[in-house]
Ligand binder design. Structure first.
Ligand code: ZN
Length: 136
């Protein structure tokens, strides 16, 4: 089982890590360690041939699954489709979802939960270019 480590933090940032994703097992939520206020991020891994042991549904949050490695099948209510490394799957509120790893290698994924309909400005409608000495 993996754990989340706090690596750096300051008044305006936090940096946490679950470590290498090679060999990552189980499920790890990072919101509390990172101090996230707008979403919950979790890392998950499914061994070959395994599905999440239950379906679940969310009342307020949509979920965005990002498949980092492996491949499998995703089910939303009665719809089933193939997913693989590079897939991004958005699942709305009030529906049942599950995923299964069908590849020989484990399926590792990130799930981001955020309040459905909450995204206001984004990218360049929210960001502005600022002046700062580059210390990198
Ligand atoms: Zn969920």
């Amino acid at each position: 089982m993996s754990e989340v480590k706090i690596l750096n933090s300051g008044e305006k940032f936090s940096h946490v890590s679950v470590g290498s994703l090679k060999g990552f097992e189980g499920k790890q939520f990072v919101k509390d360690a990172a101090g996230e206020t707008s979403c919950e991020i979790s890392f998950g891994s499914l061994p070959s041939g395994q599905a999440v042991p239950f379906f679940h549904s969310h009342k307020e949050n949509e979920e965005n699954y990002i498949i980092l490695s492996g491949a499998g099948k995703f089910q939303v209510n009665g719809d089933v489709f193939d997913v693989a490394e590079g897939s991004v799957i958005r699942v709305a509120t009030n529906c049942d979802r599950n995923l299964k790893c069908t590849s020989a290698e484990p399926m590792v994924y990130i799930c981001i939960q955020a309040k459905e309909g909450s995204l206001g400005g984004y990218t360049m409608t929210d960001a502005e270019i600022t002046e700062r000495e580059n210390l990198l």
